[in-house]
Every structure is written in C-alpha cells, then in structure tokens.
Design a protein around this ligand. Structure first.
Ligand code: 5GP
Ligand code: MN
Length: 325
C-alpha cells in the first residue's frame, strides 16, 4: 500500500500513466487527474499518458489532448502508473511500458484485483480510483483542473453519488474537491446524464427487446453487430444501458451484452445486492465489483445467457436458503 505518493515517486524524471481498455469516467478522471497533479508537483518531469481514446465528452479535462493512443514509446519510464485496472491484461497495449518501467505502481479499487506491479495499492471498499487519489493528493499541488477530473471520476463510478459504494470517505473526498472553482452539476449533466439521439434510440431498442426471466429476478438485453452498424454506434455508446435494465422492479441481476466479434460478446453485469456479480464475471475470466462487473464470453447470445444464468441462479438459490433459515 502507498502511504506517501510523492515519496513513492521520488525524484523520477519520466513518468507514464495508463488505465484500462474502453476507459470509463473513473478511468479517464483518474488518469487525467494524476496527470494534472503530477504536472504541478514535478515541473521538470516528462509525464506521458497512454490510453485508448476516451469519449469526446471528456475533452474539457486538462491533458485530454496529451493522450497518446499509439502506445509507442522507445524508452524506459522511471515510474509507470496503472490506474483503475483490475488486472494487467486490462491495460492491454500499455503492458510492456508498465512491466519495463524501473518502478511500476498499480492504484485501483476492484475487489477482483489481486495486486500487480512493484507497488500495488488496492482499496476494494473505495467507490472509485478517483476517490483513492483524492485522499492521496496533497493540497499544495491541487488545483481546479485536478479537482474537476477527480470529481468526474467519482460521479461516474457512484452513479452521481447514489450507488452503495458511496460512503463516508467518498463524501469526504467530494468535500475536499468542491472547494475548488468548477461547475459540478455541469459535469454530471454533460458527461453522465446527457445522451445523444442514437444513444437513446439504442437504449430504447434494448429495453424493448429485453428478456425478463428467472421469475422476474433477472433481465437481459443485447445489441448485435447488425444493430451497431445500423445506428453507427460503438461500445462507448452503451454506457448506462445496463443500469436502466437494473432499475426494473423486482430484478436482482441485470445483464447487458454487445457483440464484439464472431460468437464473442462483451458482458456487463449489475446486481442489486443478493448476487456477487464479480464472482460470476471472474469465473468467466473477467472481474469487477460485487455489484458491477464484466467479462468477455464466447458463443451465441443464448449460449452466453445460459452460462451466466447457471451461476446467477446458484447464488440466488443459496441466498434464498440463507434467508429462510
Ligand atoms: P462495465 O460493465 O461498466 O463495463 O464494467 C463494470 C465493472 O467491471 C468495471 O469496474 C470494470 O472495470 C469491470 N470489468 C468490466 N469488464 C471487465 C473485464 O473483462 N475484466 C475485468 N477484470 N473487469 C471488468
Ligand atoms: Mn473505477
């Protein structure tokens, strides 16, 4: 675990920062927040960001235009950070840079994270990686740009401060951030709540075609390649769909999947508390949190659904038995 972030970095002259594939709000916020913070703390260091291209709506954050999505860097970094990634596989194209660095540091909050890198700081009870960073950062090098990025990440991973992962430490972190001059509600409106017309269309279509099963305790929706091509959408446009499925009354587990290749699906799982979906996702090679997890699975939509259902049903039955006792 890290006690003092700046001591951990020492006198590094080259610092690299990365996050997981298909970067979400917490990942982008953490990467750009750390970038801004370290730019203030290490004026002479060469600080680089390596990340798959994030959604354009995050372009208001400082450092967005510095993101390198080519992952090409000939040298060795003194320090290299992996943020918000539960395992080494999820930083994909940055793996080489991370492993080749003089010191590699992992900061994350996924319960499925078993720790990787020379220094690993994992707090599974934290709402977000941005919450962890907020507590690590010293006031001296904070500014509104850092605060904006961290606020964005916390807002996204907590569903605007609502999900059960939102705790006292989350609000403490937010208290620290809102002292800086920025418009928090503009951030949540424009990066979380607002949807494009096609995003809403695809949401509507998924809900319309969703399947409710297991006596109404499980709901599943999907988007195939044909629909993706028809609407001209990609995986970034699906954010929030699984959460809308999840709020269906009576539902314990929501499943959303989209086709990523021939007989290959990217799966998003959400639980309302009775089922540990991180366990389900981990079984299929993915991971995440107790109430939000994901994995990639092979087979048709129905194959994937059947395989997931077995695990979900087993956990639900176990829960029912425990509750009856
Ligand atoms: P989402 O459904 O929003 O893509 O992901 C939910 C959570 O599960 C996120 O915290 C994400 O990092 C994690 N997650 C999603 N897909 C995978 C995966 O394939 N592997 C691992 N280890 N974690 C995943
Ligand atoms: Mn996160």
């Amino acid at each position: 675990m890290i006690n003092n972030l700046l001591e951990e970095i020492g006198s590094a002259k080259t610092i690299g920062i990365t996050g997981h594939v298909r970067p979400d709000g917490d990942c982008v916020g953490a990467v750009l927040g750390l970038y801004s913070y370290l730019s203030n703390a290490y004026k002479d260091a060469d600080i680089r960001i390596f990340l798959e291209e994030p959604a354009e709506m995050f372009s208001f954050l400082k450092g967005y235009d510095k993101i390198d999505s080519t992952f090409a860097y000939p040298g060795q970094f003194d320090v290299f950070f992996s943020l918000d990634s539960g395992d080494l596989e999820r930083i994909e194209k940055s793996q080489k840079l991370f492993l080749g660095a003089k010191k590699s540091i992992c900061i994350d909050h996924h319960i499925s994270n078993q720790g990787f890198g020379d220094v690993s700081h994992v707090e599974p009870q934290a709402s977000s990686t941005c919450e962890i960073l907020t507590h690590m950062f010293e006031d001296e090098y904070m500014d509104a740009e850092v605060a904006k990025a961290l606020y964005t990440g916390i807002a996204h991973d907590t569903g605007i401060f609502r999900y059960s992962c939102t705790g006292a430490k989350t609000f403490e972190a937010l208290g620290k951030l809102v002292q800086y001059d920025f418009d928090g509600s503009k951030i949540t409106d424009e990066t979380f709540l607002q949807k494009t017309y096609v995003q809403n269309q695809i949401l509507g279509r998924t809900l319309l075609e969703s399947i409710l099963f297991m006596d109404g305790r499980c709901i599943a929706g999907s988007i195939d390649r044909k629909a993706m091509e028809f609407y001209g959408v990609n995986s970034r446009d699906f954010e929030g769909i699984v959460n809308q499925l999840q709020v269906t009354k009576g539902v314990e587990v929501a499943i959303f999947m989209h086709e990523t290749g021939t007989l290959e699906h990217k799966v998003s799982l959400r639980s309302n508390g009775k089922v540990d979906v991180s366990e389900v996702a981990s079984y299929f090679g993915g991971g995440g949190h107790v109430r939000a997890a994901g994995c990639t699975m092979n087979g048709t939509f129905h194959d994937v659904l059947n395989n997931l259902s077995l695990h979900i049903e087993r956990q639900l039955m176990e829960q029912d038995r425990m509750e009856q006792k």
